[in-house]
Design a protein around this ligand. Structure first.
Ligand SMILES: C[S@@+](CC[C@H](N)C(=O)[O-])C[C@H]1O[C@@H](n2cnc3c(N)ncnc32)[C@H](O)[C@@H]1O
Length: 276
């Protein structure tokens, strides 16, 4: 089996896993989709400052899941498209948008097939992140797809969990305390990390069916190199010590309503703006 064939097999496992997670996420308090969804809670104020006015722009949200972020672009006047390879996610996202009275086009496709799936359509902004890149085995191929999706001058905005956050884990042992240690790779290249988890990151019941998933670690240098090789120009790289939800119990609420770790201050999220 070639490495491409192996990656395709692992991504199919991920697709089944995301289909299985979707009903749990849709009903969860974490995503809060039973009433009128509030997409603003998933965005840091600096994201809108970096992106500028999106009204009248063509915005593509890659790996959109339930569309909780996608609808924010439509509400700000963009022509918004969400793409995800999970059929259950795309169906759920369409329902969320319809109930919220927001106009979004949803497309079911693997990111790597996005150019063909979108019929060659080009965008002013491609937005992705907050748990997206870790499901992609090959960032060079991803960056090439993004470059082909953007109009000349178009912007890519990746807002992603910092690899330092992903490298941290609680000190093992009985009665896990608040101490965090460097327990996982920061740098990529070691191959996929296999997880078999009956519970997902939201509240709610166990995931039924496909519980296997695979993730790939990508250091920030790897992301920058992939984008540069695809011909994009990096405009800014912002590191933030705040997350939209408390990843660990010792995290404290900030004045913005997000969460950070007590001292020392370390980056938990990054925002990378690049232009074609
Ligand atoms: C954690 S969500 C990220 C979206 C959003 N930030 C959120 O938190 O809801 C990850 C999404 O990536 C999608 N995904 C994973 N790998 C993909 C791929 N190769 N192509 C398209 N979608 C993919 C999954 O189906 C899932 O909906």
């Amino acid at each position: 089996m070639t490495s491409d064939e192996r990656d395709d097999r692992l991504m199919r496992a991920n697709q089944a896993n995301w289909d299985a997670r979707t009903p749990v996420h849709l009903a969860s308090r974490f995503y809060g989709l039973d009433g009128d969804p509030d997409p603003s809670r998933w965005f840091a104020p600096w994201e809108w400052r970096d992106l500028g006015d999106v009204a009248g722009r063509d915005v593509l949200h890659l790996q959109c899941h339930l569309g909780t972020e996608t609808i924010a672009f439509a509400r700000r006047g963009a022509r918004a498209v969400g793409l995800d390879f999970s059929a259950a996610s795309v169906a759920a996202a369409s329902g969320v948008a319809a109930r919220a009275g927001v106009d979004v086009d949803y497309v079911r496709a693997n990111v790597y097939d996005a150019v063909e799936a979108l019929g060659g359509r080009r965008f002013d902004v491609v937005y992705t992140g907050k748990g997206a890149l870790c499901y992609l085995p090959d960032l060079d191929r991803w960056a090439d797809v993004v470059a082909r999706l953007l109009r000349p001058g178009g912007l890519l905005y990746v807002v992603e969990f910092h690899p330092l956050l992903n490298a941290l884990g609680p000190k093992p042992g009985p009665g896990e305390g608040p101490e965090l240690l460097l327990r996982h790779d920061y740098l990529g290249g070691a191959g996929p990390v296999h997880r078999d988890a009956t519970h997902t990151y939201t509240d709610g019941p166990a995931v039924e069916g496909a519980t296997d998933s695979y993730e790939w670690t990508h250091g920030i240098g790897e992301v920058l190199d992939a984008l540069t090789a695809a011909g994009l120009t990096v405009r800014s790289l912002r590191e933030s010590d705040e997350l939209p939800w408390p990843r660990w119990p010792q995290m404290v609420r900030t004045p913005s309503g997000w969460w950070r770790l007590p001292e020392p201050r370390i980056p938990l999220l990054y925002g990378l703006l690049a232009a074609r």
